[in-house]
Design a protein around this ligand. Sequence first.
Ligand SMILES: [Zn+2]
Length: 299
Amino acid sequence: MKQLICALGAFALSAFPAIAQKTATDKPPLEVEVLRTSAGSLYSNVALIKGEHKAVLVDPPFTMADAHRAVAMVLDSGRELETIFVTHDHPDHFFAMEVLTDAFPNAKVVAHPVVVADIWRSLPFKVKRWSPMLGANGPKTPTAPAALDGDSFMLEGHELKVIGPMQGDHVHATALYAPDIDALFAGDLLYNEMYLWFGEHGRKEIRDWGKAIDELAALNTELVVAGHSKPGLANDPSSLAYSRGYIDFWLEASRKAKNSEDLRAMIMEQYPDSIDVLGDFLLGNSSKVTMGEEPRWTE
Ligand SMILES: [Zn+2]
């Protein structure tokens, strides 16, 4: 009987040589780990994409404390940090990168060239705005990534594709797509159960953000890491449905609202479980800008 099973096994392999060969030489799949940062870093998500020996980190956090937590995640992974990718020019996605580059000096910090230009232009202004609030938890030597050459880079033979720049919570938002593992690292093109930032948007920009989400949804990825999530949520496509629905509701509600107070009340009623950061930074400023009670933020 044992001989028969062995014989069948040999037949199976020789009958399907292509399958046997693919299994033998296939690259081990990438794995993903996500650090949920603290309220101080506005609940941003820091993703670690892990190969067999090397790793890519997406979006260093805002505060030094959370950057140390990101260093711990990399050290615990046992991987060598090869690349740090920055999705866009908002300080909660790159500010404390010096903690990571000090710990892993061989890691290359990269972003789309448009994002790099945005960061260099706005960095002095950002340091002035945020340093007093951050105090010792803010970076000492904030800097910008290097410009990526091309629209993708590799991790141990797996392609990571940069999508965008497109309109998100920033006019030049990018995402990272790992087709081999059906994973999307959406940066601030997606939020989950948090109020969306419309402080830099007119109605057209809000509509364009919705269209960008439709493009991301068409990728049909199983794993979706939003730029910001309420603590405790999974990294799944629910952030696509949440952000898209929120944009549609906002456009509709802001047409009916008399003023920002009115708009805020409608949003809070529709999204009773969603959360804000820094007091009412997201919803407070976004509703005032949409209702014309506060000028649009430029950076
Ligand atoms: Zn953000």
